[in-house]
Write a protein that binds this ligand. Structure first.
Ligand SMILES: O=P(O)(O)OC[C@H]1O[C@H](OP(=O)(O)OP(=O)(O)O)[C@H](O)[C@@H]1O
Ligand SMILES: O=c1cc[nH]c(=O)[nH]1
Ligand SMILES: [Mg+2]
Length: 209
């Protein structure tokens, strides 16, 4: 459907902190989760509410608002997507988690799938796909293909940094999907890394390399 770059000052501040060359694994992890949390808040702001009657502390019958029956599955893309998962689950603690594993071949930049385990009744759930980086878009398009093959009908994508190339590719292949990003950066370098970007988000979250 569209790309939403969330310009909230807290999001922009935290994303800026993540770009420092000497950032520690601990700080990068904390910020990835905090941004996952804030992006979830934004990406769920149009969820439907329904009224419910309950007895309040005073014994009066009152009406309150609660989320209307829409079930959610969070879909972290291994590995780096796991770095946002706790932050998303803080806001949607009862969500089922569907895990997909793909890595990007360093030479061809094509996604290589290696794992999938989906929540039950996924065709009835809204999927929130999480991955810090949307670069060429190959990984995300492959993930969306997998979800749709399972019958998933409503999908929202949460990323920390998106490259224009990746946004274009995803929205061309899946125009019904909405992308929420903390930032849209300038371009990809000759190795497919986002500039200014964050570097390899998976390595930074897991402390590898
Ligand atoms: O848009 P693309 O060009 O497909 O690139 C983006 C993908 O690359 C990174 O994963 P990576 O392959 O490094 O795997 P990792 O999470 O295990 O580090 C990133 O987390 C995305 O999944
Ligand atoms: O910039 C990039 C591109 C792909 N994957 C990353 O982790 N970072
Ligand atoms: Mg990586």
């Amino acid at each position: 459907m569209a790309l939403h770059v969330i310009t909230h000052p807290l999001i922009q501040h935290k994303l800026g902190l993540m770009r420092a060359q000497d950032i520690s694994t601990k700080a990068f992890r904390e910020l990835a989760n905090e941004l996952g949390n804030l992006l979830t808040y934004e990406a769920t702001k149009d969820l439907t509410l329904e009224t419910q009657t309950m007895t309040s502390w005073s014994g009066d019958d009152i009406t309150v608002q609660r989320l209307k029956g829409k079930k959610v599955t969070i879909v972290p893309i291994l590995r780096a997507g796991l770095g946002m998962l706790d932050g998303v689950l803080q806001l949607i603690p009862s969500a089922k988690v569907s895990v997909v594993g793909l890595y990007r071949d360093e030479t061809t930049l094509e996604p290589v799938p290696y794992y999938e385990k989906f929540a039950g009744n996924i065709d009835e759930r809204m999927a929130l796909v999480i991955d810090p980086m949307l670069a060429t878009g190959g990984t995300m398009v492959a993930t969306l293909d997998m979800l749709k093959a399972k019958g998933c009908q409503e999908i929202r994508v949460l990323v920390l940094v998106a490259a224009p190339e990746g946004v274009k590719r995803v929205l061309e292949a899946h125009p019904d999907v909405t992308i929420y990003a903390a930032g849209q950066d300038e371009r990809l370098n000759e190795h497919g890394y986002i500039l200014p970007g964050l570097g390899d988000a998976g390595d930074k979250i897991f402390g590898t390399k």
